[in-house]
Design a protein around this ligand. Structure first.
Ligand SMILES: *Cc1c(COP(=O)(O)O)cnc(C)c1O
Length: 460
């Protein structure tokens, strides 16, 4: 492959379809001890598979709790993933040149999926396992619309129905993601809606409410729990979601082997933690096993929602209403309200329990950035590498540029790998606000964090 290229000039590292990983990597097998179990919100006891069966298929519950190192990807799922996988690994040579850095910058490009992000990597297997167990409809929530359009894409391929509760503010501000769901045949409802008990309660309290992710989750869970043929699907945070995303990091390992490199630094952005986990867990596994003990693995988040850098590692609810299991994770408190002035996405109050545990254990570290510097980095990236990245992915770009500039100062030729989680072709209103000087650099104040952390559930 590419043997006629001059040394060091290759831009894209591509794998054949036949080289796509056939198993997901489960980092639960390599943790020094098991995760603290999720707890039932009503009883405070460890959640059992039976507790989850009203809303999840058995196989996903099994994967959620499994400690097997590898889990086979079903043939039908592999077949669909090849619509866009293996995704390319790029060497960002033009960005390196612009930064005058001796560092080598690689990125995995997940914007090649039909909906434009990493999220279909889990939407496809989730729809598959639900259909296999006789489920006809999936209910979910979406904030900006990336997850809703990914699940709509997946359910359309399996001839299933899909109901998406979309946070009303985004429903009105981001009409094109909603249109995309419609093209894929999903029903997209502004949340809160009169469809559910939780929605009706919220509307009664405030008919003009813009909604929130926490309310939309409550609506989707209620919909799934109250219909026999319907299950719930979540696009981030849970162990099985992070598991499905590890195809990204496993491909990157193979592609970097072709490039004859291994990363000194691995970087990704964190909302709930799924794309970051997907890229980094295979490298974190090699760090834990001692094969590559010195890899610096950095989770990047917005200063406006600093879950990993300023939150507490504690048991908390996954939603505002307290309907979901209580999970041990880094959290800002389940009733933390992310500032509306923040355009950069990544607004969840918690983070994946697996990722949280690895941060707590010191395998992974975190960093936080302000949104103006993040958009500035995204513009630099677009003007050198050509891709207009999603505002979420721009956080990873910013951390990468910082690391590369540090290398310029020290003269180190580090190998940096980051996950480019998706394109920003539906996010131009945020870019427009950046250019108009309308983005406010907000740091969530410590006293407000302390206040919402005072309302954590009492456990044990
Ligand atoms: C949803 C999304 C994220 C954040 O979610 P994670 O689960 O943390 O990965 C990041 N980037 C893009 C492009 C997204 O759509």
């Amino acid at each position: 492959m590419y043997s006629d290229y001059p040394e060091g000039m290759q831009t894209k590292f591509l794998l054949d379809e036949g080289e796509m990983p056939k198993r997901w990597y489960n980092i639960q097998a390599d943790l020094p001890g098991p995760l603290d179990p999720p707890l039932h919100p009503a009883t405070g006891n460890a959640v059992t598979p039976d507790d989850l069966l009203p809303i999840f298929p058995m196989e996903l519950i099994r994967q959620e709790m499994s400690r097997e190192r590898y889990i086979d990807i079903p043939a039908e799922v592999q077949d669909i993933l090849t619509l866009w996988r293996p995704s390319p690994l790029y060497r960002a040579r033009r960005l390196e040149a612009a930064l005058k850095t001796p560092a080598k910058i690689y990125y995995k490009w997940e914007g090649v999926s039909p909906p434009g992000s990493h999220k279909p990597n889990t939407a496809i297997p989730q729809a598959y396992y639900n259909r296999e167990e006789g489920i006809e409809r999936l209910a979910t929530e979406t904030g900006a619309g990336q997850w809703g359009s990914s699940l709509a894409f997946a359910t359309s391929l399996f001839d299933m129905e899909c109901t998406v509760y979309m946070v009303r503010a985004s429903y009105e501000q981001k009409p094109y993601r909603k249109s995309m769901m419609q093209v894929y045949g999903a029903e997209c409802i502004p949340s809160p809606s009169p469809r559910t008990e939780s929605g009706r309660m919220m509307l009664e309290r405030d008919p003009e409410t813009p909604g929130s992710l926490g309310i939309a989750i409550s609506e989707a869970v209620e919909d799934a729990a109250s219909h026999e043929n319907t299950n719930y699907a979540l696009g981030s945070v849970l162990n099985h979601v992070c598991l499905h995303q590890t195809i990204i990091g496993q491909e990157a390992l193979q592609q970097l082997a072709v490039a004859e490199d291994y990363p000194d630094v691995v970087i990704g952005c964190v909302g709930g933690g799924s794309n970051f986990s997907g890229l980094s867990f295979p490298f974190a596994g090699e760090k834990i096993s001692g094969k590559h003990p010195d890899t610096d693995i950095i989770a990047v988040e917005p200063a406006a929602c600093p879950t990993l850098t300023k939150g507490l590692y504690a048991y908390d609810y996954g939603d505002v209403a307290g309907l979901t299991p209580i999970m041990k994770m880094f959290t800002l408190g389940h009733d933390f309200v992310p500032p509306a002035i923040h355009a950069g996405g990544l607004r969840y109050h918690g983070a994946s329990p697996l990722l949280s545990r690895l941060v707590q254990d010191g395998i992974i570290r975190s960093a936080a950035y302000y949104q103006n510097e993040v958009f500035e980095a995204a513009v630099t990236f677009a003007r050198t590498e050509g891709i207009v990245v999603a505002p979420e992915a721009a956080h990873a770009v910013k951390a990468t540029i910082d690391e590369a500039l540090r290398c310029r100062e020290t003269g180190e030729a580090k190998v940096i790998l980051f996950n480019n989680s998706g394109h920003g072709n539906f996010d131009f209103s945020s870019y427009e606000a950046y250019f108009a000087g309308g983005l406010v650099d907000y740091e969530y104040p410590m006293d407000l964090i302390k206040e919402s952390l005072s309302r954590l559930p009492v456990t044990g």
